[in-house]
Design a protein around this ligand. Sequence first.
Ligand code: AHM
Ligand code: MG
Length: 336
Amino acid sequence: MSTTADFGITLTQHVMRKQVLHPSARGQFSTLLTQIGVAAKHISAQVRRAGLIEVLGATGETNIQGERVQKLDHIANDTFMKVLRRSGTVAAMASEEEDDVYYVEPHRRGDYIVAFDPLDGSSNIDVGVSIGTIFAIYPRKHDGEVTLDEILRPGHEQVGAGYVIYGSSTVFVYADLEGVSSFTLDPGVGEFFLTRDGLTYPKTTSILSLNECNEPYWGPWVTPFLNQIKGRNDEKGRRITDRHIGSLVSDFHRNLIKGGIYLYPVDHRTGRGKLRLLYECNPLAFIAEKAGGAAIDGQQRILDKPLTQLHQRTGLVIGPQDDVDLARRTYARYMD
Ligand code: AHM
Ligand code: MG
């Protein structure tokens, strides 16, 4: 009988193992990912107390030190900022929770720019539904002071992206230029262990995921597109079902594993979408593409969209390549 304990590969071991394959790398990317893992563990611990924190936070209670209890999305934001600022790998950060870019002090500056949504789906917190953190990683373009063009750039310039889901388990998924891996937190050990490597997006759509109550605000292409998808169900069998959590990161994760398409089309009255390009759509589009899926705004590839404002919104269709192409063709037929 073997006496050697059988445990898996940790997030740190996995990123270090990959770094060895790139001997010229300075190691900052690996450090950054492991530090994001540290921030995720802190946030996960807080999310497990979410019911309490949100109720107290919402009523503006003060804690034992006389400080006002923060709401969970602010706690997540502060945690992410603090851990990355100290990591020595980041030069600037953009967050859904911050109006402006946060510039890291010169002596702590590293090689990367990180954009993140610290707690996506936060309207779901007080009902105990999965929420998550989404992040995008860009390389710096030059040394010295960070310039705005290093932040406002298209998503195809990302070198990594990922998310953490705080659900029935805490799951960390990241993509680098080579592919997508997922890890699950073992709460007893306090480590993320590799659970899937080389994740691929299923080729066939089996799940449709959107807020259908927005129908009055859709452009004329959306209903015909949905009818093509739903029309795959017939007397002989059910091929498509509907699943929508209303927490983008959780909807995306389920779709990536099971084969779903998610839509949040632009509102035809304003021409604007709801979701944010920099720290919601770009990172998820990067992950989807690295897994073999695709993401468009209806018409244009998400990763090619010019970013002109930090909190810019966009439409989003993200899922298996073939059905994202079908959406693009349907859009062209009804909108051009
Ligand atoms: P948030 O970043 O303020 O949480 O908003 C984004 C969320 C997504 O997670 C979710 O898919 C979408 O908003 C739901 O919007 P709606 O309530 O309009 O369906
Ligand atoms: Mg969000």
